[in-house]
Write a protein that binds this ligand. Structure first.
Ligand code: FES
Length: 335
């Protein structure tokens, strides 16, 4: 057996080390980085940047003017639902349009039919659901950040194309051209799947509308964060304890401490105004009660964690979540 490069008919020259036969790491990597490459490629599209900036300039002031509108907050899902509405609603058109394909696949009747059959009804219901879902998506899009907006806009454009294809499919179905309707319906669902993938990228990779303080814990023990004399009354002050960013506030002798990272998208609450013991996030205007961290206004749907405070020897101390109680050793050995 010949030792060499692994290629037939090409032995290594005398004195040369044969190169090990390994596959190119770049080709292997490509299989696992294509999704981030795709997002980066989308982010470089000039027309997408221009469109995103233009839409931001149009929608931003409108949103700011109507920040207190309950309908806008409900479209986010907000404090009443406890998590964003858009991802849940997006299941409806996908499910309904997948149902259309199943009915079409099961339909063996070759006779041309006009009007609205069962598959047509699912298609129409999906179109209605897609309209409401698009509204919630646009509302969430308006409170997202730069790169997320561009990927989000492309996600929305794909969904618009899918909606158009589904509309065309429904029209041709009602006109009796079922083969064309099926082809258009399949194309619509394919584009919807691609859009859904980008939506998943935004949530699972970029954390859009994901609770930014879900893992906040600690410090495990009472920890000094600021000398009492250094905390002015009625002024939000940012401090840090074991890497956790905390907002301190004192009003009429009462101390308040909540997580300083906004649960919506990571805005620094200490940079926002405080009125009536409620802090407003400077990024998208969510409001949180300092006393219990409750959401007073969206887009945030999750409250801010509250930390206990105390004053010892002139120092303000805070404590995070308690460590889990240790189980006795004899319990730990039992199943
Ligand atoms: S980061 Fe969006 S409201 Fe705070």
């Amino acid at each position: 057996m010949r030792r060499g490069s692994g290629q037939a008919g090409n032995p290594p020259a005398a004195g040369q080390q044969a190169e090990p036969a390994i596959s190119s790491p770049s080709s292997a990597n490509r299989l696992v980085v294509w999704h981030s490459d795709l997002a980066a490629w989308l982010d470089r599209l000039g027309w997408l940047r221009t469109s995103s900036d233009w839409l931001t300039a149009v929608l931003g002031p409108v949103r700011e003017r109507h920040q207190d509108n309950l309908v806008l907050e409900l479209l986010h899902g907000g404090r009443w639902v406890g998590h964003p509405l858009h991802p849940a609603l997006s299941d409806l058109p996908i499910g309904l349009w997948a149902g259309v394909m199943v009915l079409d696949a099961a339909d063996r009747d070759p006779a041309p039919r006009r009007g609205l059959d069962a598959a047509g009804m699912l298609s129409a219901a999906g179109i209605l659901a897609a309209g409401v879902t698009a509204l919630t998506g646009l509302n969430d899009w308006a409170v997202s950040e730069d790169q997320d907006r561009r990927v989000g806009l492309f996600h929305g454009l794909l969904n618009t194309v899918a909606l158009g294809l589904q509309g065309a499919s429904l029209g041709t179905r009602m006109a009796g051209h079922r083969s064309t309707a099926r082809a258009l319906g399949a194309a619509s669902l394919t584009v919807t799947a691609a859009a859904g993938y980008l939506g998943g990228h935004l949530v699972f990779t970029k954390g859009v509308m994901v609770n930014r303080v879900a893992w906040a814990s600690g410090p495990r023990r009472w920890t000094r964060v600021l000398q009492e004399a250094d905390l002015p009354d009625d002024s939000a002050t940012a401090v840090e304890a074991e890497g956790r960013q905390i907002l301190l506030y004192r009003h009429r002798g009462s101390l308040y401490a909540i997580d300083n990272i906004c649960s919506h998208a990571g805005g620094l609450l200490s940079r926002g105004p405080v009125a009536d013991l409620t802090v407003t996030c400077p990024l998208h205007g969510s409001r949180f009660a300092l006393a219990d961290g409750c959401v007073r206004r969206g887009p945030a749907s999750q409250p801010q964690p509250v930390l206990p405070t105390r004053i010892r020897n002139g120092w303000i101390e805070v404590r995070g979540s308690q460590p889990a109680p240790r189980r006795p050793a004899n319990e730990r050995t039992q199943p």
